[in-house]
Design a protein around this ligand. Structure first.
Ligand code: I3S
Length: 129
C-alpha cells in the first residue's frame, strides 16, 4: 500500500474534509466553509489549513507551516448528522463541551461514514474512561 495514504502513528484517522465552525464557546458564528486537513487523535480533533509535510506532532512544537489552525477536545462531545444544519450532503455536526461547534462534510458518502464511525469510537471510548 501507498505509505503516503497511511495515517501517522498517533492518528486514528486523517484526511481532507470541508469544514466550517458554526459556534465558538456557545456563540453562533457565520458559516465559512473551506477545506481543512483534519486529524482525529485518541482524544481530539485537530484542524490544519493543509496537509502537514510529515507526521507532525499534534501538540507542542511543530515545523513552521504545519501548526494546527485549531484543535478541540472530544471528551464529552456530541456527534450527530448535520442534515438539518446545511443544504450540503454528507454533513456531520460536532459540539464540544465548551460549546464549540463544527460541521464536517465530504462529497464522498463512504468517506463521511468512515469519519462518523471513527469519531463515534473515540467519543465513546472517552465516555468510558
Ligand atoms: O445555514 P445557512 O445560513 O443557510 O448557511 C449558508 C450561508 O452561510 C452561506 O453564506 P452567507 O452567509 O453569505 O449567506 C454559505 O455560502 C452557505 O454555504 C451556507 O449554507 P450551506 O447549506 O452550504 O451549509
Amino acid at each position: 500500500p501507498d505509505v503516503s495514504e497511511q495515517p501517522c502513528p498517533h492518528e486514528e484517522r486523517s484526511g481532507l474534509l470541508n469544514m466550517t465552525k458554526i459556534a465558538q464557546g456557545g456563540r453562533k458564528l457565520r458559516k465559512s466553509w473551506g477545506p481543512a486537513w483534519v486529524v482525529l487523535t485518541g482524544n481530539s480533533l485537530v484542524f490544519y489549513r493543509e496537509r502537514p509535510p510529515q507526521c507532525a506532532p499534534s501538540q507542542g512544537w511543530a515545523p513552521a507551516g504545519s501548526r494546527p489552525e485549531s484543535s478541540v477536545d472530544l471528551r464529552g462531545a456530541a456527534l450527530a448528522s448535520g442534515r438539518q444544519l446545511s443544504s450540503r450532503r454528507n454533513v456531520l455536526h460536532i459540539r464540544t463541551v465548551p460549546g464549540h461547534e463544527f460541521l464536517l462534510q465530504s462529497d464522498e458518502e463512504t468517506e463521511l461514514r468512515a469519519w462518523h464511525r471513527a469519531l463515534r469510537a473515540v467519543i465513546e471510548r472517552l465516555d468510558r474512561e
